[in-house]
Design a protein around this ligand. Structure first.
Ligand code: FE
Length: 162
């Protein structure tokens, strides 16, 4: 007879509607740019979110020290440093290391992409000087501030945190 006991499940699963009906779930990141948190992993230092953009032009110059995976749900976007365009239905793998410049073109009314980001995004100015960063902890802070401001409460984000 086995001496092993059944191990109690310690980590809760997470099943939710990705594009919410409640607009308040979208957290403002910049002018006409929002993210919708799906999974905020404070143990491994990674997050999964939807990025929604309703303006054109340069969104950010950044580098990631770890891989990024993207799935484009609506609209399109590209990096100035590459000749491909990520369009609705496409999957994108971004290897770590390079500084690249995210742009949405004029003919796109709205872009929504699911991103799985490990580690961090480090932002750079036009002269390649670092000027800020995001990681799972800054994302949680943005969520807490926003969800407090819209009446959902700072604890609302806890459901996405593991
Ligand atoms: Fe990137």
């Amino acid at each position: 007879m086995s001496t092993f006991a059944v191990v109690t499940r310690k980590v809760n699963d997470l099943v939710l509607t990705a594009i919410p009906e409640d607009e308040r779930l979208w957290v403002p990141q910049a002018e006409s740019v929002w993210f919708r948190p799906l999974f905020l992993n404070t143990v491994a230092g990674e997050w999964v979110n939807l990025l929604r953009v309703r303006r054109s032009g340069v969104l950010s110059r950044h580098r990631h020290p770890a891989p990024v995976h993207g799935y484009v749900i609506k609209g399109s976007w590209r990096y100035l440093e590459h000749d491909w365009i990520a369009r609705a239905g496409m999957y994108v793998f971004e290897p770590p290391g390079e500084i690249h410049t995210l742009v949405v073109d004029d003919d796109v009314d709205e872009m929504i992409t699911l991103f799985h980001v490990s580690g961090a995004l480090i932002y750079f100015d036009a002269a390649d000087n670092p000027c800020g960063h995001d990681d799972v902890h800054t994302k949680i802070e943005l969520c807490r501030r926003h969800y407090t401001a819209v009446g959902l409460g700072e604890d609302f984000v806890d459901q996405f945190i593991r």
